[in-house]
Design a protein around this ligand. Structure first.
Ligand code: FAD
Ligand code: N01
Length: 542
């Protein structure tokens, strides 16, 4: 292992600082420290590694990528030695996995925990970033890698009266480590995205009463989670290379491909049978049943109708069923949840659904939540209200680039960038899976590994060529933003007008479709070509 020379403390600048110790930051550290031999550390606000899986400890939290794909693939030894227990492991198991990775590769000695980065300023003369932390540290570094997560900035809605609430309230993305006891409590759950849909069935098991406040009805397909059989585990290990190849070929980087069939060309009976089989199998494969689901409204309608009919079959009370099935956007135009008994939960006597689009929440009172036409007394409120996605964590740091340019100003009209990796005016600052990259539309470990390896190769290239700064250009950003918009426009994704892909869930946030929807294989090729062509779109400085 490379000897790490001391950085920062003696005034020696770091070669690189990484912000964040989730999937992205851990691998970035390994690459820069152990493969390139750089003097590098991670700054992490949490007290441990894991990122998403450190923070999201809410009841029911688990992944919706299958376990054999929701992990790193860079180390064959790691793949062979780690045993997943379930098709979709829960948060504690994924956190154990990331902790294992950190221990196995001896990463923790290079991580400063409980260290929140509050600012980063680029110094033109020294070509260094000066990074400041909430604890008052000032550290300088040549490269700054923001591995801050696309879904790491909790979005607590600004509902009047929250401070007056006499009970307890929690955001799912900042869940207490000791857990929350719902026993005998009247619980209000606000939000029916992937998180609310996972949490509701589990909370309902112990709460005296659960009231689900739904603003936008949502699709969900059963996860059909189950323990992994010995046979499947053996298969996944023996075929790890094939699985990796499939993930690298697949549009969403999952270990399965989207079918070549079109829903609109498939006879109705056959189409229904395909949906039934996918429903029975469970999981995100449902989205892969036909290749036109996300491009042709008529095709999408067939999937949407199938799921809405399933909701009506499952939910016994017709009024509740209608509220749950009153979905106003195409299937999968918002990130499609998968669930374990979500719709069935509304058949319980202790669960009520409140449609807060019809009767909006007016305020939170000391006793509970008041909508336009009723008051709901509550002991606990759970906000499953999502995140200031893709840009929130970047903008919560006060980042200032060349000539004092604030990132917040550069992104006032939306997160302009090149390849989701860099922003003009911010030399030597990289984002891992930033806006403008396919990231959140994928099984994320795959785009994370691709970005980290690309950034590593780039930094290596610079060092070998004696270069000290790299920065993208306005022209490269304009061209890339046009490509991102074009890719989105070719899909139905922008049609979910309230989705976080568009920033619509955060009041005042610019409405821009943020991820690159052209697919991971195409994006990978674009990045490889950029590198092969002498890092086109970047200006390299001596
Ligand atoms: P994160 O895991 O978010 O880590 C970012 C880290 O940066 C955090 O630890 C944070 O504390 C730290 N940080 C941020 N700002 C600062 C700062 N200013 N100073 C210091 N530290 C900072 N993706 C999938 O592909 N499949 C799934 O099944 C899946 N399930 C998910 C379930 C949930 C509940 C959520 C919320 C997301 C899920 N995702 C899933 C997306 C998930 O975020 C990614 O898969 C992945 O974990 C992201 O890793 P990351 O390292 O990029 O970011
Ligand atoms: O957040 P969301 P999430 N009043 O933004 C509602 C990943 N993830 O945490 O749609 C009332 O999707 C909001 O309503 P609306 C995955 O990528 C994965 O659930 O804005 N309601 C919506 O219903 C996912 O997409 C898993 O009208 C309010 C909900 O809150 C991403 O994380 C599990 C409101 C927020 O849904 C985010 O998911 C969990 C208000 N003021 C998360 N404000 C897996 O299974 C917001 N809402 C892998």
């Amino acid at each position: 292992m490379t000897e790490v020379r001391s950085g920062g403390a003696q005034g020696v600048p770091f070669d690189a600082l990484i912000v964040g110790a989730g999937f992205s930051g851990l691998y970035q550290l390994l690459c820069l420290r152990d493969r390139l031999g750089l003097n590098v550390e991670i700054l992490e606000s949490a007290s441990g590694v894991g990122g998403t899986w450190y923070w999201n400890r809410y009841p029911g939290a688990r992944c919706d990528s299958e376990s054999h794909a929701y992990c790193y693939s860079f180390s064959d030894a790691l793949t062979q030695e780690w045993e997943w227990s379930e098709r979709y492991p829960g948060q504690p198991e994924i956190l154990r996995y990331l902790d294992h990775v950190a221990e196995r590769f001896d990463l923790k000695r290079s991580i400063r925990f409980d260290t929140r980065v509050t600012g980063a300023t680029y110094d033109e003369e020294s070509r260094l970033w000066e990074v400041t932390t909430a604890g008052g540290e000032r550290l300088s570094t040549r490269f700054l890698v923001a591995a801050v997560g696309c879904l790491s900035s909790a979005n607590v809605p600004d509902i009047p009266g929250l401070a007056s609430f006499a009970g307890r309230w929690y955001h799912t993305g900042e869940w207490p480590h000791g857990g929350v006891d719902f026993g005998g409590a009247r619980v209000g759950l606000v939000g029916t995205g992937s998180t609310g849909i996972q949490a509701a069935p589990v909370i309902a098991e112990t709460a005296a009463h659960l009231t689900v406040f739904q603003r936008t009805a949502n699709y969900s397909v059963p996860a059909r989670n189950a323990p992994l059989t010995q046979e499947f585990r053996r298969y996944a290990k023996e075929h790890a290379a094939d699985i990796r190849r499939t993930m690298h070929t697949s549009y969403n980087a999952h270990p399965f491909l989207i079918s070549d069939r079109r829903a609109v060309d498939t006879p109705q009976k056959e189409r229904e049978a395909i949906y039934e089989a996918a429903w029975a199998k469970g999981g995100l494969q449902f989205r892969a049943t036909f290749r036109d689901l996300l491009s042709d409204p008529a095709a999408n309608e067939t999937a949407a109708t199938f799921i809405k009919n399933k909701i009506r079959e499952i939910v016994k009370d017709p009024l509740t069923a209608e509220k749950l099935a009153a979905i106003d956007h195409p299937y999968a135009a918002k990130r499609p949840p998968i669930d374990t008994g979500y719709f069935e939960t509304f058949n319980r006597d202790n669960v009520t659904l409140v449609d807060v689009r019809a009767t909006p929440i007016e305020r939170i009172t000391p006793e509970g939540i008041r909508t336009r036409d009723a008051e709901y007394p509550l002991d606990i409120i759970v906000f499953a209200t999502g995140f200031d996605a893709m840009t929130g964590a970047m903008l919560r740091m006060d980042i200032r680039g060349r000539d004092g340019l604030r990132l917040a100003d550069a992104w006032a009209a939306g997160p302009r960038n090149y390849l989701g990796l860099q922003v003009a005016g911010f030399p030597n600052l990289f984002m891992v899976t930033g806006p403008g990259s396919p990231s959140v539309l994928c099984n994320m470990p795959v785009p994370i590994e691709q970005h980290v390896e690309w950034i590593t190769a780039y930094i290596d290239h610079m060092r070998r060529n004696g270069l000290s700064s790299i920065e993208t250009t306005e022209a490269a950003m304009d061209a890339w933003v046009a490509q991102v918009n074009e890719a989105a426009a070719a899909t139905l994704l922008p049609q979910a007008s309230h989705s976080w892909y568009l920033g619509a869930n955060v009041p005042g946030k610019p409405r821009v479709f943020m991820p690159y929807a052209g697919g991971m294989p195409k994006y990978r090729r674009i990045c490889a070509d950029v590198a092969a062509n002498g890092y086109e779109g970047f200006v390299l400085g001596a």
